[in-house]
Design a protein around this ligand. Sequence first.
Ligand SMILES: NC(=O)c1ccc[n+]([C@@H]2O[C@H](COP(=O)([O-])OP(=O)(O)OC[C@H]3O[C@@H](n4cnc5c(N)ncnc54)[C@H](O)[C@@H]3O)[C@@H](O)[C@H]2O)c1
Length: 447
Amino acid sequence: MKKPKISVIGVGYVGLCTAVGFASKGYTVIASDNVAEKATKINKGIPIFHEPGLQNLLEEAVENGRLKCLINQTEKAVFDTDLTFVAVGTPSNSDGSINLQFTELAAHDVGKALNKKDAYHVVVIKSTVVPGTTQDIVKPILEKESKKKCGSGFGLCMNPEFLRQGSAFEDTMHADRLVIGEYDKKSGDALESLYEEFYGKNMPPTVHTSLSTAELIKYASNSLLATKISFINMIANLCEKLPGADVKVVANAVGLDKRIGPLFLNAGLGYGGSCFPKDVKALIACSKNLGYRLSLLEEVESVNEVQPLRAVEFCKELLGNNLTGKHVAILGLAFKANTDDMREARVIPIINQLIKEGANVTAYDPVATPTAKTIFQNKIQYANSAIACLKNADCCILVTEWEEFKKLTPADFTKNMKQPILIDGRRIYNPETFSKKLKFTAIGLGK
Ligand SMILES: NC(=O)c1ccc[n+]([C@@H]2O[C@H](COP(=O)([O-])OP(=O)(O)OC[C@H]3O[C@@H](n4cnc5c(N)ncnc54)[C@H](O)[C@@H]3O)[C@@H](O)[C@H]2O)c1
């Protein structure tokens, strides 16, 4: 059977991984993005962000003509293909509610293309959108622009994405589960058969459901993961008040309970990134609009707001309360390891507070320094290596759990820093080994 042609609107983390994933399995993919620079880079086989495993397959897909990216030509991409994934960004408004301007713009263009097409076409919303969006906002726009009825004229699905940045491509190729929110059975079956062909023998467990249930599944997943993080951070803060207590041991033992599981119980400086903070806020706002207060999630958020500042408090405790003129080394800028993304990175409030308190900050990250320069400009110094970052520092805060930082030894700190003081914000170092050689403290470690 002939493979359907795929279009992907928006080539950020989700769109590009989807596009490269399908192209790598032999599909013809036409993407479109409204940022010309991104499209141009992609057409040269250059990834627009750091993501392990993506570079070679992107190069290959472009070289063999399976993937091309148009500049702001959604209509053309849709017209020339059989099924469209919409993967545009869904940022927050200032009140935390979801901003659907990109989704709506994309829907208008998709609808216009559907108007010109005779063949049945399935539109799949992959962006994270609050419950009700696909049915109440996207569908009416598509129907108005296409002058066709959803169902008979075209298909519509909501297929949330669960990939994790840092392993985004791997997650696209080996998903844990597929959620297919379907307007009608025909739309859902068309998307399922595409995925059956894509995954072959490794087809993930698949849930077929309504559009709004699919939308809510994505928010419920991210909110639960954020809740686990804030929960363990709260326990970590309590551990710090209990001599001899250690949150890492608590989390390990708690995680051995099969009902709980070990994942997402790593205490640290809070969650960041482009998804958890905005999705938790959007769900709170959406629910408030419906007359129900998600008080538990409000607390999850407020724990996460103050958590990064624990690092600055530690710094002050260890440096005699006054940070004026003190040199603070920051290891890690990305919101997590294996990405250069700094959206909502916890390091941002940490560095801002350090600067406010008069500290001189030097930072190092294996890949996120160019991103950091757009945020902090010349307000901080940028080092070219972890060791260079530590040179003459009065205190070091470990913020991102990169593998390369895990390899640092106590001697790397004692030999290079002015005062060997280390704050482990992600619990990657062994407290016993490090406490023997330097002034060491960590999130969730009782004094
Ligand atoms: N990043 C993740 O880890 C992740 C995981 C799961 C779900 N999501 C969700 O997927 C969606 C996309 O996330 P992302 O991280 O890939 O976003 P992103 O901001 O990296 O990329 C979005 C892309 O859409 C493009 N775009 C915006 N409007 C457009 C339009 N009208 N036409 C064409 N292109 C347009 C932008 O230029 C950008 O390249 C969001 O809803 C997000 O919440 C993200």
